[in-house]
Design a protein around this ligand. Structure first.
Ligand code: NAD
Length: 502
C-alpha cells in the first residue's frame, strides 16, 4: 500500500494517487489536539472532479457485470484487511479529528458492520419471480445498479459515514466518487487504498478532496446518478434541491438536536451515566449526540446533580493519552461553541458546569473545551434551538410526560431520541407517538445495527431512503420488472385491447 501522508494530500483515482487537473487551492488539515497544521489537502477543481467522475463512469459497465461471487469475494477480503489494520485507521482518525482512540475504534467497528452486511449482498439483491402470472406468462423483478454514486461526507465520522454508503453502492454494482470532509480527509483515502489492496478494480472507488466547487460539480454533472450526502441541515437541503433538480436520486442527511426524556421512575444513576456518555462523547460532535436532557421536575434537581458530578470528573486532552474527551475539530468551531456558552448565560440559563476552563492533558494549543452543563434552559434560547455540535448539554425541565413528548415533537429536527424509564407502558407510548426516526428505550445513542437502516425525520433527512440495511440497497438499485412469454402457436391473433391476465 502506498503511503498517502504527504505534504499535500492528493486525490485517488483509478486506484492511484491523482494530482488533479488545474487545482489551485488547498486547505489546512490540523491536529486538533495540538493546534498544529499536520498537512494540506488539495481542493479539487471542476476539472479534477470531472476526471474522477469519468473514471467511475468508465469502470461502471464492467463492474455492474462482475459476478456477485467475485464482488462478494472482494468484500470479504476488504473486511479481513480492515479487521487486521483498524489500528492504523484509528490513529489517522484521532490525529485529524481529535476523538479519543477508543472512540475512533468504535466508529470503525460500526462502519465495518456495513462491510459485513455487504458480504451478504447477493441475498439482499435477490429479485422475485411469478410463474404463470397469465397463462404462459412469467413475471420477474430484478434490482440493477443505478450507475455512478457520489458520496459527500462530514468531518465528524471520517470512517463510519463513508462506510455507510460506499460498500453498499459497490456491492450493488455501482461505481463511486467519494468526497470526504476536507477537514479530516486521510481516513477516506486510506480506506480506498485498502479496498484496492483487497482486489477492487480500477475506477470503482475514487476519492476527490474538495469543497463546494467539487460538490457542485458532482451535483450537476449528468454522469452522476445518485448522491448520498451527510452534513449540516442547510447544506443537506441545498444538496437535495440541486441534485434532484438535475435529475439525480438524492438522500441528504442533515443536522440534529437529540432529546433524552427521563421519567421519575428511571434509574437516575444510569440515566446520568448515559447523558454524560452521549452528551460529551466525541466532544458532542456526533449527529446522534444527546444535547438536551428533558427532566420531569420532580427528579430534575437530583438528576442535574448527578450529571454535574460526572461531567466534572471527565479527563479532557489528547486522544492518544487515554483521556475521556478530545478537542473540537478547529479553533473556529471551538470559538463558536464557546460563543454559545456566553449566549446561554446571557439568556438566563443556569450554568452548572462551565467548560471554558479546566485541566488539560495535552501539549500545544489544541482546540479544547471542557464539558458544559446548563440547567433551566428555555426553548426560546439559542442553546436550545441551535445545533451546537460541541460538549454543551442543556437540561429542560417539564411538569408532565405529555409536555415532554410535545416538546420533542415540536423540534424541527427528528434524528434520534431516547426515553429513560422502567415503565413499559410509558415507553410504548413514547415509541408510538414520537416524531423521530431513531428511538432508544434506555439506550441513549440508538444508531441502528447494519441490517436495519439509519435515518432521521424532518430536517434531519431530505429524501426518502435511509442509509444502509435494506433501504440502502434500495437506494443504490433500480427495480426492473420483466414480463415474458415464449412463443407458442396459440399466441397469434390481433387484439388492440389493454393486456389482461387470464
Ligand atoms: P458540513 O455541512 O459543513 O459539511 C458536510 C460536507 O459538505 C463536507 O464534505 C463539506 O465539504 C461539504 N460542504 C460544506 N459546505 C458546502 C457548501 N456550501 N456547498 C456544498 N458542499 C459543502 O457538515 P460538517 O460540519 O462536516 O458535519 C457536521 C454536521 O453533519 C452536523 O450538522 C451533524 O449533525 C451532521 N451529521 C449528520 C448525520 C446524520 O446522519 N444525520 C451524521 C453525521 C453528521
Amino acid at each position: 500500500m502506498t503511503t498517502t501522508v504527504t505534504e499535500t494530500l492528493q486525490h485517488w483515482v483509478n486506484n492511484a494517487p491523482f494530482t488533479g487537473e488545474g487545482d489551485t487551492r488547498t486547505a489546512k488539515v490540523y491536529n486538533p489536539a495540538t493546534g498544529e497544521v499536520a498537512r494540506e489537502v488539495a481542493l479539487a477543481s471542476k476539472n479534477t472532479t470531472e476526471a474522477a467522475i469519468a473514471s467511475a463512469r468508465e469502470a461502471f459497465p464492467k463492474w455492474r457485470d462482475t459476478s456477485l461471487a467475485r464482488r462478494t469475494a472482494i468484500m470479504f477480503n476488504y473486511r479481513q484487511l480492515l479487521a487486521e489494520r483498524k489500528g492504523e485507521l484509528a490513529a489517522i482518525i484521532t490525529a485529524e479529528h481529535g476523538k479519543v482512540l477508543d472512540d475512533a475504534l468504535g466508529e470503525i467497528a460500526r462502519g465495518m458492520e456495513i462491510v459485513e452486511l455487504c458480504c451478504n449482498a447477493p441475498y439482499l439483491l435477490k429479485g422475485e419471480y411469478s410463474e404463470n402470472a397469465s397463462t404462459g406468462v412469467d413475471v420477474q423483478s430484478l434490482r440493477q445498479p443505478v450507475g455512478v454514486s457520489a458520496i459527500i461526507s462530514p468531518f465528524n465520522f471520517p470512517a463510519m459515514v463513508p462506510l455507510w454508503f460506499f460498500p453498499v453502492a459497490i456491492a450493488s454494482g455501482n461505481t463511486v466518487v467519494l468526497k470526504p470532509s476536507e477537514k479530516d480527509p486521510t481516513a477516506a483515502q486510506w480506506m480506498a487504498e485498502l479496498f484496492a489492496e483487497a482486489g477492487l478494480p480500477e475506477g470503482v472507488l475514487n476519492v476527490v478532496h474538495g469543497d463546494k466547487e467539487s460538490v457542485d460539480t458532482l451535483l450537476t454533472d449528468p454522469r452522476v446518478d445518485t448522491v448520498s450526502f451527510v452534513g449540516s441541515t442547510p447544506i443537506a437541503q441545498y444538496v437535495y434541491s440541486t441534485g434532484t433538480s438535475h435529475g439525480k436520486r438524492v438522500q441528504a442527511f442533515g443536522g440534529a438536536k437529540n432529546h433524552m426524556l427521563v421519567l421519575p421512575d428511571a434509574d437516575l444513576d444510569l440515566a446520568a451515566d448515559m447523558a454524560v456518555n452521549a452528551g460529551f462523547g466525541a466532544a458532542g460532535e456526533r449527529c446522534m449526540a444527546i444535547s438536551v436532557v428533558v427532566a420531569l421536575e420532580t427528579i430534575a434537581d437530583e438528576l442535574v446533580a448527578k450529571i454535574a458530578e460526572r461531567a466534572k470528573k471527565l479527563r479532557v486532552g489528547d486522544g492518544t493519552r487515554g483521556c475521556d474527551m478530545g478537542p473540537l475539530i478547529t479553533g473556529e468551531h471551538r470559538d463558536k461553541v464557546a460563543g454559545y456558552i456566553e449566549q446561554g448565560i446571557s439568556s438566563g440559563a443556569e450554568l452548572v458546569v462551565d467548560g471554558r476552563t479546566g485541566q488539560l492533558d495535552a501539549d500545544g494549543n489544541g482546540f479544547f473545551l471542557h464539558p458544559t452543563l446548563f440547567d433551566k434552559v428555555g426553548t426560546d434560547m439559542s442553546i436550545y434551538t441551535d445545533e451546537i455540535f460541541g460538549p454543551v448539554l442543556s437540561v429542560v425541565r417539564v411538569e408532565t410526560f405529555n409536555e415532554g413528548i410535545d416538546l420533542i415533537n415540536a423540534s424541527k429536527y427528528g434524528n434520534g431520541t431516547a426515553i429513560f424509564t422502567n415503565d413499559g407502558g410509558a415507553a410504548r407510548r413514547f415509541e408510538n407517538e414520537i416524531q423521530v426516526g431513531m428511538v432508544g428505550v434506555n439506550v441513549p445513542i440508538p444508531v441502528p445495527v447494519g441490517y436495519h437502516s439509519f435515518g432521521g425525520w424532518k430536517a434531519s433527512l431530505f429524501g426518502d431512503q435511509h442509509a444502509y440495511g435494506p433501504e440502502g440497497f434500495k437506494f443504490f438499485t433500480r427495480n426492473k420488472v420483466v414480463t415474458k412469454r415464449w412463443l407458442d402457436p396459440s399466441h397469434g391473433g390481433i387484439n388492440l385491447g389493454f393486456p389482461q391476465n387470464d
